[in-house]
Design a protein around this ligand. Structure first.
Ligand SMILES: [Zn+2]
Length: 177
């Protein structure tokens, strides 16, 4: 990855830019329907250390759909989630994007995970979960391609859930005022 990735995770705007640079690096900046399943395989071309594995549903806890081991560069995805994503399920596609969000923000960009001593509240933007969620949303619903779309159009064209489409729509347009 190029040095542009060395950014601080300060805001949604930063994550949006990061998602765009990531798309650009992959030559996918104009893909309205982001090929997240195919990307799992092409990730290995761009990031040789990256590996992923499809595991049986029993292998991960019930409420965990996928997980990322940053130190081993390894993502595990439940079989049902992978199959759902292949079939175009918006929720399952977003789960995979979320895990890649963890990988990209923590591994590629070198965002550090600071330990939270004491009982201070961690601002949302500093939380790895917020970062992964934000990156995934911005990756799957590219602002520069969907700004003029309705929520329904975003669901259809981007292959995301109604909930995710409405969320990205809101975030895109609340900044207009
Ligand atoms: Zn997560």
């Amino acid at each position: 990855m190029k040095s542009e990735f060395v950014v601080e995770p300060k805001s949604r705007g930063t994550m949006r830019r990061l998602a765009y640079l990531f798309r650009e690096e992959l030559g996918l900046q104009d893909a309205v329907y982001f090929p997240i399943v195919e990307l799992l395989d092409s990730m290995r071309d761009a990031f040789p250390e990256f590996t992923y594995e499809i595991v049986t549903d029993e292998e991960l806890p019930k409420n965990v759909h996928a997980d990322t081991d940053i130190t081993r560069h390894h993502v595990r995805i439940k079989e049902s989630v992978y199959d759902g994503a292949v079939e175009g399920s918006g929720r399952d596609r977003m789960t995979i994007a979320h895990e890649l969000g963890h990988y990209v923000t923590l591994r590629i960009c070198g965002f550090t995970l600071a330990r939270n001593f004491g009982e201070e509240d961690v601002p949302a933007y500093k939380s790895p979960e917020w970062q992964a969620k934000c990156f995934a949303g911005e990756l799957m619903v590219a602002e520069h391609l969907t700004r003029d779309m309705s929520v329904e159009e975003i669901v259809e064209s981007c292959g995301v859930s109604e909930e995710a489409a409405a969320y990205q729509y809101k975030k895109m347009h609340e900044e207009d005022n």
